[in-house]
Ligand binder design. Structure first.
Ligand code: MSP
Length: 515
């Protein structure tokens, strides 16, 4: 059977990682982990985009080779993945021989097919964007800030015959309306395609750019960064080998909205078509993390470092925040206050507190054993029905990558367990000698423990190490594994009689002084 193949964009090696990079990896990781839980064989790829003028310039400024700079940045980005608990199966770097070989193979194939031709280019060039500009790129007669310094150049270039595929691409997108998720993004691509496409310059003279992959048919030129970077998605899975056959076409390319048009939805689709390679199944396009209305990025100078938050809280609270707070596809605001409020309210009060209650009372009243239930009245039925509804909602939402909707339902369920605890008040029941109260006490702890076990099982793709801790402290005998998640997890009081572990504070309140 085909693998479920999912990719992130590959990060530019010329900047430090920030919250946008971290978010994309966490989103993709949650999908990968969820699909594994549902029984898929997943192949999850991420990596680093290492060529281009900016890398060459930064390295020159530091007096080191571009390769040395990339090696250092690869270490930094890979450490980010590790600290975020990203479960990728492969990490591709565009300076690797396995990548360069496929880029050159495809360039040669397109050249041989007559899809690439040599031409003269005179016009404007943005160094910052590493792209040629046209008059229509001007705003109010001026080059927008994003392009940085714009210079006039005249040079010989190789062009890829992009324009001839315009009608085909429009037809493809119209026939496949669910190709891009969320759907409103696909409309933006079609909107973009209302203007005529021009052929794409895919080379840079080596005199201007040394740090790139040489064109196999003209070693005086290197290939343009996008033509190089996009190919990572197939070079990494061994284009032309059985691994490739098992994985391609990719199920989802996860990317940010800034690189949807023209890079992914135009260049990449046309490149594949021209090479006779099947097209991706889908692209999942997310929005931007903003800070007070500005995109969080290196150039806007408002970089919030995800690593700082992980230092204080570990990866899981940040992972939770990302997925709870951003509706996939939309922009969201990142602020320290918002983060702390999710941490304290959802994680500390609703989930952490719930587990503490069960472990405390289990230890005090039942010698750390989960009791068996014997009462099934309205409050119990309310919780169990609530679970069935919440679980169906969570699974449905996660299936559609609507993590924020799913997490809202899941934490609503944890909240309802806390309300149930208030209603039954086991701490009061424990003071009574009445056998009916004893039965209620046992039942209430059993209900809370089962609720946490089940709720945690669906939280796993988002907060993997927290769920490991919960299961370990709660003494879950057999964590809900892949096969079982093929269906919505069922209420079963599986924990009765089970010994549980020590008390734990999952989400300690931060030291106010440190804050
Ligand atoms: N190297 C190219 C991608 C090549 S893919 C064949 C690139 N790199 S990047 O480092 O600039 O961006 C990597 C990813 O991070 C992109 O998908 C981008 O949209 C995403 N983000 C960058 N800033 C972001 C936010 N502020 N918020 C969310 N994601 C954003 O583009």
């Amino acid at each position: 059977m085909k693998d479920f193949y999912i990719t992130t964009a590959i990060d530019y090696a010329n900047g430090q990682p920030h919250i946008g990079h971290a978010y994309e990896k966490v989103l993709t990781d949650a999908i990968a982990r969820y699909r594994r839980m549902r029984g898929d064989t997943v192949h999850f790829l991420t990596g680093l985009d290492e060529h281009g003028q900016k890398v060459q310039q930064s390295a020159a400024r530091e007096g080191i080779t571009p390769q040395a700079l990339c090696d250092r940045m690869a270490g930094i980005y890979q450490e980010l993945c590790e600290r975020l608990d990203i479960s990728h199966d492969d990490y591709i770097r565009t300076t690797e021989p396995r990548h360069k070989a496929v880029v050159q193979l495809l360039l040669q194939r397109l050249f041989d097919k007559g899809e690439i031709y040599k031409g003269e280019y005179t016009g404007f060039y943005s160094q910052r964007a590493e792209q040629f500009l046209q008059d229509k790129d001007k705003v109010d007669g001026k080059w927008p800030e994003v392009f940085g310094e714009v210079v006039e150049v005249s040079e010989t270039n190789y062009f890829f015959k992009l324009a001839q595929y315009q009608e085909w691409l429009i037809g493809f997108l119209k026939e496949n309306p669910d190709f891009i998720v969320p759907a409103f993004r696909q409309k933006q691509v079609l909107e973009f395609l209302k203007d005529d496409l021009s052929d794409l310059s895919i080379s840079r003279p080596r005199t201007r750019l040394e740090w790139g992959i040489p064109l196999p048919f003209d070693p005086d030129c290197v290939t343009y960064v996008w033509f190089d970077a996009l190919i990572n998605y197939i070079s990494a899975i061994g284009y032309g080998t059985p691994d490739f056959e098992r994985r391609w076409p990719v199920d989802y390319h996860v990317i940010g909205k800034d690189i949807m048009v023209p890079a992914h939805a135009i260049y990449w689709l046309i490149m594949l078509k021209a090479c006779d390679i099947p097209l991706p199944k889908h692209m999942l396009v997310h929005g931007f993390w903003m800070s007070s209305g500005l995109k969080i990025s290196k150039s806007s100078g408002n970089v919030i470092k995800p690593l700082d938050y992980m230092g204080d809280f570990g990866a899981d609270p940040l992972r939770y925040f990302f997925l709870r707070e951003m509706a996939v596809g939309q922009d969201a605001d990142f602020s320290h206050d918002r983060f702390m409020s999710r941490y304290n309210a959802d994680l500390g009060n609703d989930l952490g507190n719930l587990l503490s209650r069960v472990l405390n009372m289990g230890e005090r009243y039942f010698a750390s054993r989960i009791p068996a239930p014997s009462v099934n009245e309205e409050p119990e039925q309310h919780v169990i029905n609530g679970w069935n509804e919440a679980a169906a909602l969570v699974v449905g939402a996660f299936d559609r990558f609507e993590f924020s909707v799913g997490l809202e339902a899941l934490f609503g369920f944890f909240k309802s367990l806390n309300r149930y605890a208030e209603i039954r008040a086991p701490w009061k029941l424990a003071k009574s000698e009445d056998p009916k109260d004893r039965a209620l006490l046992e039942t209430s702890i059993a209900v809370m423990a089962e609720g946490i076990r089940l709720g945690a099982s669906l939280l796993r793709p988002v907060m993997p190490s927290t769920v490991d801790r919960i299961e370990c402290h709660l003494g879950v005998p057999e964590p809900l594994t892949n096969a079982k998640l093929a269906e919505v997890p069922v209420w079963s009081f599986e924990m009765s009689g089970q010994q549980h572990g020590d008390k734990v504070i999952l989400f300690p309140r931060p030291d106010p002084k440190a804050e």
